[in-house]
Design a protein around this ligand. Structure first.
Ligand code: GLU
Length: 297
């Protein structure tokens, strides 16, 4: 857990009073998403002393793990970090510091296999990285969300030369997926006779497919759609066979932060900023879905 720095600017009683004033003073309509072009978080809120949010706000930095090679979701390009997950992280940062808060994010690459570890070792505050919520992971980290519902699918070379129609057809084929992902677990379980090539990233798998070293790549449909959009030499089988609810990973003990991120998600659902984030990123390949209800387990 992040340690609170001991710099008490005002007495606790004053802080409590300020909280009331902030709550009452929010009458400018921005939080209601009134379409005036401003975000739902224009000013920095006053967080309770000792909370994870207060500690992050005071530190001046939100440390976020995301993917660096997944077009439309999380990618580090010449123009900086981009994608739907990156936009979600920015909206969370604006909830902490108000307008301009996104500048306080320090992004770092989080490949699938390290997501639990970097939260447990306090290297990041958040993981926003096409990260499926499941019971095994909930033992190790906390999840806010879901903020998107994906499904596992299959990508093949353009023209689908082997005629792959679904997961069963992967038996007897050489298939690439990523270590530490639900995708590789599902592949091993659901197509036990596939020859599995386990790499670190989906872009590395795409390279194998491009070289003709594997017949297929399997992971979440939206990840595959991003790769197809970028490279154009593959196609989606389009026969999803799992549910992959994407969550925002937080440190297991930071329950206050998990609650607050859930509140913030609901705020950006209502303000229309979640939909805008989708439209400016993954919206290139898929229509804007309804935001899923958050699960405060
Ligand atoms: N959503 C799946 C997971 O969290 C697959 C995608 C990924 O590895 O990022 O494991």
């Amino acid at each position: 857990m992040r340690m609170q720095k001991k710099s008490w600017r005002i007495a606790a009683t004053l802080a409590a009073a300020a909280l009331v004033v902030t709550a009452c003073g929010d009458d400018n309509g921005d939080a209601e998403g009134d379409g005036d072009g401003e975000g739902s978080a224009t000013e920095a809120p006053e967080f309770e002393e000792g909370s994870t949010m207060a500690a992050i706000q005071e530190s001046g930095t939100l440390r976020v793990g995301t993917k660096a090679d997944q077009p439309l979701f999380g990618i580090e390009g010449p123009g900086g970090w981009e994608g739907f997950d990156v936009e979600i992280a920015k909206l969370i940062a604006e909830g902490i510091w108000g307008e301009g808060g996104a500048d306080n994010i320090e992004f770092q690459e989080a490949v699938s296999a390290v997501r639990e570890e970097i939260l447990q070792q306090d290297q990041v505050d958040l993981v926003v990285a096409t990260y499926t919520i499941n019971d095994a992971r909930k033992e190790l980290v906390g999840f806010a969300g879901p903020y998107y519902l994906a499904g596992q699918d299959i990508m093949v070379a353009e023209g689908n030369p082997e005629g792959i129609g679904g997961i069963d057809d992967l038996n007897g084929q050489t298939v690439c997926s990523v270590e530490g992902s639900t995708s590789i677990e599902n592949l091993r379980e659901m197509a036990p006779d596939a020859e599995v090539i386990a790499l670190d990233t989906y872009s590395a798998c795409a390279e194998e497919l491009s070289q003709g070293n594997v017949t297929a790549v399997t992971t979440d449909n939206v990840i595959l759609m991003g790769l197809i959009h970028e490279r154009g030499e593959f196609e989606l089988v389009d026969n999803a066979f799992t549910d992959e609810p994407y969550g925002i990973g937080v440190q297991l003990e930071a329950e206050d932060f998990r609650d607050w991120v859930n509140d913030r998600l609901e705020e950006i659902y209502d303000s229309g900023e979640w939909a805008e984030a989708w439209e400016s990123t993954a919206g290139v390949v898929a229509g804007t879905p309804e935001p899923p209800a958050v699960d405060r387990y």
